[in-house]
Design a protein. Sequence first.
Length: 265
Amino acid sequence: MTTQAPWETDWHIARACLEWQVEMGALEAICDAPIDRYALDPAPVAAPKAAATPAMTTPVVNADPVAEAQAMAGAAPDLEALQAALAAFEHSDLKLGARNLVFCDGQPNARVMIVGEAPGREEDRAGKPFIGEAGQLLDRMLAAIDMRRDHPDPAHAVYITNILPWRPPQNRDPSAEERAMFRPFVMRHIELINPDVLILMGRISAGTLLESQEAITRIRGQWREVAGRPALPMLHPAYLLRNPAAKREAWADLLELQARLRTVS
């Protein structure tokens, strides 16, 4: 007769043994027969993964806005291409807040080219330079010496542009960086128009094209040279609106311009 273990015959004993094993942490039944795991072959040790080779990255080169402006402006063969280059220039955030690119007004074959500072609110809306209150004063000043922007005779016509083609927010002054990056476009603009005389209208225009820090009130009326051409710094019409007494000096500068045109062929 085969003798059986107590837990094989007594259900209560078997249950007590099971509960004791649970208390000891044996919570899962793996297989019916016990396994001597010390007698098993050790598990193979996984080979360490090779360190990932860092990916080759192309160094990021910060673009030079002035150099890119020089390249784009220099590649423009005519005024239409220059305007397209200005529209495609991506280094200025000014156009994000502006309505229109303000490129030019007047006769491209004019003897006199006026370079202003930057568009204002009215210029931004219309896409033309000098059409606000200051522009209306400029037209009256030119008319006093028998010149206007739409005159069919090149000897009495003017051509107008600005240092900046986009209106700065709240009509603030152009920054030094903005003036530097747009200067190559203005210099190319001058080459394409090829005027006999340049008028540097206001301190921003004079300072940018002459690359000078001199005050406009000191250099106005004094002939300088820009791109191999005679250039006359003048007080901006907006300044004259704020300082009516300075109109006398502006009139003297207009007479100086008129006299110079008689001697320049």
